[in-house]
Design a protein around this ligand. Structure first.
Ligand code: UT7
Length: 320
């Protein structure tokens, strides 16, 4: 059995910040941000990660014609949960009334939705689950330093979801990996170590710190490799893929990846201009936008690919 996406959903907050808004307090400009990243604006949420995840999940279940009672497993890719516990997935279960579901958050930053989808495939193909709700949801606005022009211009908030069920076709091949040795190139501290026997060893804020050029180099080298591997594993040539749905980190990264792979840009959809980098939410939000525009045809083959902190990457080929 394979994991097949039957429905998608997404939620984007009402409020957004344009590049000109940021330039009111940062030494930056609309021209710089657009040229270096392709980003024009990004959403910032009034709600937490779970609330956005619930809205996306409801839309995905409705779109797929699946009831909350059918869901066996809820997987949420996120690096910005509202609480260490309960998990976002448990909060989603409660809000949906998906009482039969087991719940699990997956921390793989921008690769989170891909890691969660591959986990869904593993559960479904092994027979451990039949219906799985996979969500990518992030409130990146809570972990960016709004005074750091090198990072805060990049990120945005949002949530996307996919409802999957066991079927004859669906996810055909998966390629995932991590390079923990380079992990500090993109980091965000949690709470300091502090207990009755140990004083705080560091006093950092929970803000994202990033070596942008290191991540850029990592992405333009790693993404073509993972896409080639996953296509080979599926036994499908790149020409047969209708859409390459990539994590929306930077327009220049995607142009470079497409050129390396010899893919026409018409097959590389982008929403980064409107949304910025929403980490684990980028791929499912874009997928839902394509689905709702009627651009995904049943039977066509897609590649989904995410990459980022960890460092990590995850790609898969699926039949829509
Ligand atoms: O999901 C993965 C998440 N991370 C990424 O995808 C990041 C990947 N990396 C990137 O997208 C790019 O490296 C950035 C967009 C972050 C930066 O672009 P860059 O072309 O690598 O610029 P840079 O870091 O080399 O900086 C060039 C200059 C510097 O000034 P000086 O030292 O040349 O005077 C920066 O201080 O641009 C400056 N700069 C800015 N200027 C205006 C950095 N950020 C900004 C800004 N506005 N927002």
């Amino acid at each position: 059995m394979k994991a097949r996406i039957l429905g998608t959903g997404s939620y984007l907050p009402e409020r957004c910040l344009t590049n000109d808004d940021l330039a009111q307090w940062l030494d930056t400009s609309d021209a710089w941000i657009r040229e270096r990243t392709g980003i024009g604006r990004r959403y910032v949420s009034e709600a937490g990660t779970a609330e956005m995840a619930v809205r996306a999940a409801k839309a995905a279940l409705e779109n797929g014609g699946i009831s909350a009672e059918e869901v066996d497993l809820i997987l949420v890719g996120t690096m910005t949960p509202d609480y260490f516990c309960p998990s976002v997935s448990c909060q989603v279960q409660c809000a949906l009334g998906a009482d039969r579901a087991a719940c699990l958050d997956i921390s793989a930053a921008c690769s989170g939705f891909l890691f969660a989808l591959s986990t869904a495939q593993a559960y479904i193909s092994s027979g451990m689950a039949e219906t799985v709700l996979v969500i990518g949801a992030e409130t990146m606005s809570r972990v960016v330093d709004w005074e750091d022009r090198g990072t805060c211009v990049l990120f945005g908030d949002g949530a996307g979801a996919a409802a999957l069920q066991a079927g004859e076709t669906g996810i055909l091949a998966v390629d995932m990996g991590c390079r923990g040795s380079k992990g500090m190139a993109l980091s965000c501290p949690a709470v300091p170590l502090q207990n009755p026997t140990e004083r705080a060893r560091y006093e950092e804020n929970s803000f994202i710190r990033m070596d942008g050029q290191e991540i850029f180099k990592f992405a333009v080298r790693t993404v073509p490799d993972t896409v080639r591997r996953v296509l080979q594993a599926a036994g499908i040539p790149a020409e047969e893929i209708s859409h390459f749905v990539f994590h929306q980190a930077n327009r220049r990264i995607l142009l470079s990846v497409a050129k390396n792979l010899g893919i026409p840009m018409e097959k590389v959809p982008m929403n980064i201009e409107r949304t910025g980098n929403m980490s684990a939410a980028s791929v499912p939000v874009l997928l839902d936008e394509l689905n709702r525009k009627g651009e995904l045809v049943r039977g066509e083959k897609l590649v989904l690919s995410g990459f980022g902190a960890g460092l990590s990457w995850g790609s898969l080929v699926l039949e829509w």
